[in-house]
Write a protein that binds this ligand. Structure first.
Ligand code: FAD
Length: 291
């Protein structure tokens, strides 16, 4: 099933993100977690791209294949430009195709001294155009940033570049995580006015542990509204209460997004089936009956 089709069929598409373990020892535990998550009937599950397979862990393709072929869950495999060239990306695409994976999230990847820049693909849109031209059967998704990407001077400039993704064949977008829905609504207004008419999955990460805050914020550059910082300050020394408060915050955020007409909700659940189930319980009455 192509992800684009899901948006034509459902008022709100429910999805999650998981990441492959760096070492194969964690794989059995992750498989058990994914079996639990599959019971929530997500419309698709995205699998992040990392060094996984080549570093002795589990590859994105292996995990995507497990979701598709063992669990019957539609996978969305992330694929990045950084560190890849046309000749190295072809075998990855061949492998994904052979595994029956139909959807790819095309990304540039974060800049890192550990990853060389790609000479073939400067931007996600270049990778999307390459896949469209050479592997036309894949459905393509792309990333977007409600607060603007850090490398763009303004939100308008970043959104103008999203048009390039759309023109390159991307047919669905997933947002970076955000904690204040106003950013999402503003972004959507700018995007629609700029001619970006793709369905957008709103990315929400439930923050249930103190350590997540610093790491998440530095990686995502998401701004923190006072309501969020108050929650963290209040419960930071009480693990159990912070867990509950973090779930409640995410549930409230998602309920507002669905009621506000979001095309889809994408949960960054950090491979945690308990978090996925708790959030799902809080929003299931707003999702289509079959979820
Ligand atoms: P691009 O679309 O290339 O955009 C990067 C910057 O360049 C933006 O400022 C954009 O406005 C600008 N730009 C775009 N096109 C052009 C152009 N033609 N000319 C000039 N400027 C341009 N990283 C990983 O390493 N692995 C993952 O699995 C992963 N998954 C992610 C999933 C989601 C949903 C999101 C939101 C991010 C993910 N990332 C992942 C992080 C992502 O790779 C980084 O945010 C990266 O910095 C940008 O990726 P992009 O695909 O948005 O890049």
């Amino acid at each position: 099933m192509y992800i684009r089709q899901l948006f034509a069929q459902k008022p709100c598409v429910f999805s999650m993100e998981v990441f492959p373990p760096k070492q194969t020892v964690g794989y059995e535990k992750l498989q058990a977690s994914l079996r639990q998550m599959a019971q929530l009937k997500p419309d698709f599950v995205s699998v992040t791209y990392g060094a996984g397979g080549s570093a002795g862990g589990v590859s994105t393709c292996e995990l995507a294949s497990f979701l598709k072929n063992e669990l019957g869950v539609e996978p969305l495999a992330h694929l990045i430009c950084m560190g890849n060239e046309q000749d190295t990306i072809r075998p990855v695409l061949d492998e994904l195709f052979a595994a029956g994976v139909q959807n790819i999230l095309t990304l540039r990847g974060d800049r890192s001294p550990l990853r060389p820049e790609s000479k073939s693909f400067a931007h996600a849109s270049d990778l999307a155009a390459f896949i469209r031209a050479n592997y036309g059967s894949f459905g393509l998704s792309g990333a977007c940033y409600p607060e603007g990407h850090v490398e763009s001077a303004t939100l308008a400039e970043d959104v103008a570049n999203l048009r390039l993704k759309q023109e390159a064949g991307v047919s669905h977008l997933i947002t970076q995580l955000f904690f204040d829905n106003l950013h999402y609504y503003r972004f959507l207004n700018v995007a629609r006015r700029t001619g970006v008419d793709l369905p957008v999955s709103a990315g929400v990460m439930p923050i249930v542990k103190k350590q997540q805050v610093e790491r998440t914020v530095s990686l995502s550059s998401a701004s923190l509204p006072p309501k969020f910082t108050k929650m963290i300050s209040r419960w930071q020394d009480d693990e159990a209460s912070l867990f509950e408060a973090g779930i409640e915050y995410a549930v409230e955020q998602i309920r507002d997004l669905i009621e506000g007409g979001a095309d889809g909700v994408h949960l960054y659940v950090m491979n945690n089936p308990t978090v996925a189930a708790k959030v799902y319980d809080g929003i299931r009455d707003l999702l289509p009956a079959e979820n």
